[in-house]
Design a binder for this molecule. Structure first.
Ligand code: SF4
Ligand code: SF4
Length: 277
């Protein structure tokens, strides 16, 4: 089963839970793949002290111009909705590749067949191991706007490698945006990590609502469960008829392991492990 670990907002301990879950599963002798799909800010390798190696580079298609064919009509600039092309009739189009999402609109409208496809490097996929745990990490290049391609590359790799593993854990980005939807699309079930605060409850409601729409089974992991108002979360759990699968109290050992880049072990996470295996 592919299991997601997700959260409505950053800083709730999502990656802590994902890495601890994957690590403790591997300690049971299971072959585990942990996928860090938080491609804007992947940190699972740092949390676990894993040495990542480059697996491949992720490219995005971008248009290239043949100025000998271009009649300077300006249509490509008009078609581009991200303002990646500055084109004025009578002048050569000026391309700002940082803003291009590869949609292909410019190429479709060009009457002179002056646009072909090139590509730009927008990110990397890394691979690392710790015992029977393998880690796949997607990382978007700084200043690149289109992270979906990196998440898409991770999805392709997970599909190819799925048969090699007994358990796959996907650590999604925080929030309810496209990358999260795409990563959750791989999962049969996901744990929504939250904390007992008004903001935690608000964002939990959003992420559970999203998973309900996506048809992903969900349970809640309440982090820092002894700090704040637990009833805020139980109210949401009741509304979504959702189980509180684990309650992880504030634990100095977690902070110590985190700060030293060592895998985290926790009794409450062990309960999730027992549920899964
Ligand atoms: S591919 Fe799309 S986003 Fe990129 S320049 Fe062409 S129209 Fe603009
Ligand atoms: S649409 Fe084609 S011909 Fe017109 S300006 Fe763009 S590249 Fe040149």
């Amino acid at each position: 089963m592919i299991i997601g670990v997700t959260g409505g907002k950053g800083g709730t301990g999502k990656s802590t839970v994902a890495t601890a879950l994957a690590y403790q599963l591997s300690r049971k002798g299971k072959k585990v793949l942990l996928v860090d799909a938080d491609v804007d800010c992947p940190n699972d390798a740092l949390i676990m002290g894993i040495d990542n190696k480059l697996l491949y580079t992720v490219y995005q298609r971008i248009p290239e111009w043949d100025y000998d064919k271009c009649t300077k009509c300006g249509l490509c600039g008009q078609a581009c909705k991200t303002n990646a092309i500055v084109s004025i009739a009578g002048k050569k189009p000026l391309f700002m590749q940082q803003q291009c999402n590869g949609c292909g609109g410019c190429k479709m409208v060009c009457p002179a067949d002056a646009i072909s496809w090139g590509r730009k490097d927008i990110g990397k996929v890394y691979f690392g191991s710790l015992g029977s745990l393998d880690l796949l990490t997607g990382e978007l290049k700084v200043n690149e706007p289109v992270s979906e391609f990196v998440v898409g590359a991770l999805k392709d790799t997970v599909e190819k490698k799925a048969n090699e593993y007994e358990h796959i854990i996907i650590d999604t980005a925080a929030g309810t945006h496209c990358d999260v939807i795409s990563a959750l699309g791989m999962c049969e079930k996901a744990f929504a990590v939250t904390e007992p605060t008004p903001l935690g409850a608000h964002d939990l409601e959003l992420i559970l609502g999203l998973m309900k729409k996506l048809g992903v089974k969900y349970e809640i992991v309440l982090n820092r469960s002894d700090i704040g108002d637990r009833s805020l979360i139980t109210r949401i759990a009741k509304k979504f008829q959702c189980k509180l699968a684990a309650e992880v109290p504030y634990d100095k050992n977690i902070i110590d392991a985190y700060s030293k880049g060592k895998p985290i072990e926790n009794k409450e996470i062990q309960r999730l492990v027992e549920q899964i295996i």
